[in-house]
Design a protein around this ligand. Structure first.
Ligand code: F6P
Length: 323
């Protein structure tokens, strides 16, 4: 196999804090191995359009602490088509890109798998606040997003306490409840609803508020994962069924912004480094993953088939530790 002399780097799907740190790590690792880096703007749309720029050591200076992605990102409808995928693969050859580093979520990795099948060497780096990549215990951005939500909830708690209300907070996560579960535990929420656990509103919310009220609580917090329940619907139902005033807050895209925290910067550095190293070593078709605290790789197809479940103890514990 020809040695890798030039790599393309792109970010795709929803941005996540730490993506810039991953880009920086990939570029600096490539520089170390005397591999040229080319940034591809706007995800797969940029690959189809040939929207590229050279990336040097200088270009990624000061990137570790910046949220968002300096390469912009997109969810490319065109790349879902066979014609779009072929155009993207053809562009890799035209631009002399020997391999690609794809930073994103599972949708982006399905795209990378298609490119791999079309003869493009790829390495995937999990970057999504949702932490929903089955083969990796951690994805870049999750910790920062959780902390943003926790910070907002601590503030909401002050006003809920003053008014003796119930705060219902909707957090992101797409079809997964990892943000909700962790934020619920970290803030001592009265109840947490996630898509992973079937929702019985009476048992999971109303009964818990009742128990907390009987223990003397005068304000309450319910965390809902966006894939499980709507905060507005939950707040209306709580108020109607308990008589406790309830207010809904949808945290939304604020969870995707901000300067990445330690875990995201360090994971981004480890994964970006590993992605370029594996390509340099002649490997391809891999997702760089965290297995606990160990940085490893798995093949894309079996990696994408892996499902992530909650640690059952975390759910049980939350029921004990609710306020
Ligand atoms: O995948 C990241 C994520 O923020 C999800 O949590 C959320 O459902 C989705 O992206 C929102 O996407 P968009 O920014 O396209 O509205």
């Amino acid at each position: 196999m020809e040695p890798v002399k030039r790599i393309g780097i792109l970010t795709s799907g929803g941005d996540a804090p730490g993506m810039n740190a991953a880009i920086r790590a990939a570029v600096l690792t490539a520089c170390h191995f005397e591999i040229e880096s080319v940034g591809i703007r706007r995800g797969y749309n940029g690959l189809i359009a040939g929207d590229v720029l050279p990336l040097t050591r200088k270009d990624v200076e000061g990137m570790t602490n910046l949220g968002g992605t300096m390469l912009y990102t997109a969810r490319s409808a065109e790349f879902y088509t066979k014609a779009g995928q072929k155009r993207a693969a053809d562009n890799c050859r035209f631009l002399g890109l020997d391999a690609l580093v794809v930073i994103g979520g599972d949708g982006s990795f399905h795209g990378a798998l298609e490119l791999q099948r079309l003869g493009v060497r790829v390495a995937c780096v999990p970057g999504t606040i949702d932490n929903d990549i089955g083969c990796s215990t951690y994805t870049i951005g999750f910790d920062t997003a959780c902390n943003t939500a926790i910070d907002a909830m601590d503030k909401l708690n002050d006003t809920m306490k003053s008014h003796e209300r119930c705060s219902v907070v909707e957090v992101m996560g797409h079809k997964s409840g990892h943000i909700a579960l962790n934020v619920g535990i970290a803030t001592g929420a009265t109840a947490t609803l996630t898509p992973e656990n079937e929702v019985d509103f009476e048992a999971d919310v109303i009964a818990r508020i009742r128990e907390a009220r009987l223990r003397g609580s005068t304000h309450f917090t319910v965390v809902v994962a966006e894939g499980a329940y709507s905060a507005h619907d939950a707040a209306e139902r709580i108020q109607a069924e308990t008589g406790i005033e309830a207010r809904a807050t949808t945290l939304g895209h604020i969870q995707r912004g901000g300067s990445p925290l330690t875990r995201d910067r360090v994971t981004a550095a480890r994964m970006g480094y590993r992605a370029v190293t594996l390509l340099r070593d002649g490997e391809s078709g891999k997702i760089v993953v965290m297995n606990g605290d160990v940085c490893e790789t798995v093949d894309i197809e079996p990696g994408l088939a892996m499902k992530k479940s909650f640690d059952a103890d975390m759910c049980k514990m939350q029921n004990v530790l609710m306020k």
